[in-house]
Design a protein around this ligand. Structure first.
Ligand code: ATP
Length: 589
């Protein structure tokens, strides 16, 4: 024996209100949608039929009347008495594209705010019917209803605790929210509350100002720019407002979406590609599908194709801006720099699009990649802010432009640029390259300096540093501490290896580059101080001064200071103080 399932209406209402819909306020959207669908159905047969929706509010009662197709008594029995039954699907069960509804559950949402729903309906060709359903799952039908005009009136009686959803001001606000674009006359208590026009549908010069006003009013910001969106395949029109403030690219951007001119939701995700984090779109589409909650778009191939098409339009805007108004593009990038860089790192298209305008800090001021390329053909960068601080001034004095790649994403971007942009060369700058642009001394001077260099070398042997003398700008800089990157890596690795256990020691040992080149202290022969030091007769003082310069160069270059370094610097500092402060005669003697 087979039996039918029973449905617990209270359980279903609970499911709708707590799990499907985000707020009871959607009850009004569902009622409005049914009224619109009924009007659409009637228009199909009688294009001259009126298109009106009348909402009436009173204490704890709300009614919504439409001039739609109405229902015959047999349809009332079939459609209103069965959960999941809908007149808006075709014979094979597909949603009919002209209607908003499709699931056959929308009317139930009224039970989130009502104990009782009354439907009085009058079709063009039959008697009127009154259907009354209650939240406990019962309904009654009477074939004698008092209604003369073709259409339907749905009346709700407030459920205890839901009275706030019936207040006139709330109802007006919700009707405007959901129904602003509907091309139907909608009145609340006799007053027309919508004009049915999308803000982007205006014509003439006032349009841009209107759109800016719309963004200020509805989205709460003055857009940096407005981009028109259009995708006939999805029956889509609308606009994208460019944010005037930096947005977090990790947070998914959400958009205001109207479906067949009825608001789907104000925070729909996935309409635009992830990289388009810098715009908020407002669009209307007739072809994309909603999810059952009608609060999001169904993520199918159609949405994917739409996303690509809209992405192409946003790219087009960026490219146009680059060629027609570079100053404005510059301003745009100043606001969205970080986000654009974050995306360009993963999205080749984006990188190709914006690379020319990306700005980087260099030791010759902020520059775009195009400017950098023009300057020296090859873009040299250092990967950390510390490295940049060490080298910026000295490299600038040698006419070498170095980019500070220490800011978020910058060195990764510089590394990736040549992969995406043909002909662009970027190299990581090795500090020791600097010394190749320093001048060597003539053999005589070199010979003369030999005892001093030997003394300096003896002083710095304990910290493993090699002393060389060169001539370079600026003359005010007496010494520069240079450490080769691969030597630095090798020495850090060895320090870690000494602390690690046997297994890791072996692994780390395999990585060792065996680069034994020592860091260098390059003394600047153009510096008057260095010259004076070289001619000092007092060996002890000369040694203290070299140690002092060593400490100074370490600190100036933000290099790490080892215990041996600090012992040496300490000794030098106290020694120099000792020499500088005269010994006082003891008056008691
Ligand atoms: N105002 C109305 N005028 C005429 N028929 C209506 C009206 N409201 C509801 N109906 C009928 O009742 C059926 C069920 O309505 P309900 O709102 O539950 O589902 P739906 O609109 O079909 O789909 P969805 O759940 O997606 O909204 C509709 O398919 C429609 O035939």
């Amino acid at each position: 024996m087979s039996e039918n399932f029973q449905v617990d209406l209270q359980g279903i209402v609970d499911l709708l209100s707590n799990h499907l819909y985000s707020s009871p306020r959607v009850y009004l959207r569902e009622l409005l949608q049914n009224a619109v669908d009924a009007i659409t159905a009637r228009q199909g047969m009688d294009p001259e039929a009126p298109r009106r929706i009348d909402v009436r509010t009173a204490d704890d009662v709300l009614s919504i009347s439409d001039t739609g197709i109405g229902l015959r008594p047999d349809e009332v029995r079939e459609l209103l008495a069965t959960i999941g039954r809908s007149s808006k699907r075709d014979e094979i069960g597909f949603a009919r594209t002209e209607f908003l509804g499709q699931f056959g559950i929308g009317l139930l949402s009224a039970f989130m705010v009502a104990d009782e729903i009354e439907v009085v309906t009058q079709p063009a060709d039959g008697p009127a019917t009154r259907w009354i359903g209650t939240a406990d799952g019962r309904y009654t039908i009477a074939d004698t209803a008092d209604r003369s005009e073709v259409g339907t009136t749905v009346t709700l009686k407030a459920r205890r605790g839901a009275e706030q959803w019936y207040k006139q001001a709330t109802v007006v606000e919700l009707i405007r929210l959901f129904g602003a674009l509907l091309p139907i006359e909608i009145r609340v208590d006799g007053e027309q509350v919508t004009d049915g026009k999308a803000p982007w549908e205006g014509i003439g010069g006032a349009q841009r100002a209107d759109l800016v006003g719309y963004a200020q009013d509805k989205l709460g910001f003055t857009p940096f720019d407005v981009i028109h969106l259009n995708n006939p395949a999805a029956g889509l029109t609308g606009v994208a407002f460019v944010l005037p403030f930096a947005a977090n690219p990790a947070e998914r951007a959400t958009h205001r979406v109207y479906l067949k001119r009825m608001l789907l939701a104000e925070n729909v995700e996935g309409l635009l590609p992830d990289w388009a984090f810098f715009v908020r779109a407002v669009i209307d589409t007739s072809e994309l599908r909603p999810t059952a909650s009608r609060e999001a778009l169904f993520d199918d191939g159609n949405l994917e194709a739409t996303r690509d098409a809209l992405g192409a339009q946003l790219r087009g805007w960026l490219v146009r801006l680059g060629s027609t108004d570079p100053a404005k593009l510059d301003k745009f990038l100043a606001i969205h720099q970080l986000g654009v860089k974050a995306l360009a790192l993963h999205d080749d298209e984006m990188l190709r699009l914006v690379h020319r305008w990306l700005r980087f800090e260099t030791n010759h001021g902020r520059m775009t990649t195009a400017e950098l390329q023009e300057r020296s053909g090859e873009i040299r960068y250092v990967a950390t802010i510390e490295e940049f601080r060490q080298l910026a001034a000295v490299a600038a004095a040698q006419q070498i432009t170095v980019v500070n790649g220490g800011y978020t994403y910058d060195s990764e971007l510089l590394e990736r640029l040549p992969e995406v942009v043909p002909g662009l060369v970027t190299t990581r700058f090795d500090p020791t390259e600097l010394s190749t642009s320093f001048d060597s001394l003539d053999p005589d001077t070199e010979l003369q300096l030999r005892p001093f260099v030997q003394l300096a070398q003896d002083a710095l042997d304990s910290v493993g540093c090699e002393v060389v003398v060169r001539a370079f700008e600026p003359a005010s800089l007496p010494a520069l501490y240079l450490v080769d990157r691969s030597a630095q890596f090798a020495s850090e690795l060895r320090a870690t290896k000494d602390r690690a256990d046997a297994l890791w020691s072996e692994v780390l040992g395999a990585l060792d580059t065996h680069d034994d080149s020592r860091p260098q202290l390059v003394l600047n022969h153009r510096s008057p101080l260095v010259r004076r030091m070289a001619s000092l007769g007092d060996r002890e003082l000369a040694q203290l001064a070299v140690e002092g310069l060593y400490g100074h160069a370490l600190m100036l270059g933000y290099h790490p200071i080892s215990p041996a370094d600090s012992a040496l610097v300490n000794r030098s500092f106290l020694g120099l103080l000792d020499q500088a402060v005269p010994t006082q005669e003891d008056p008691s003697r």
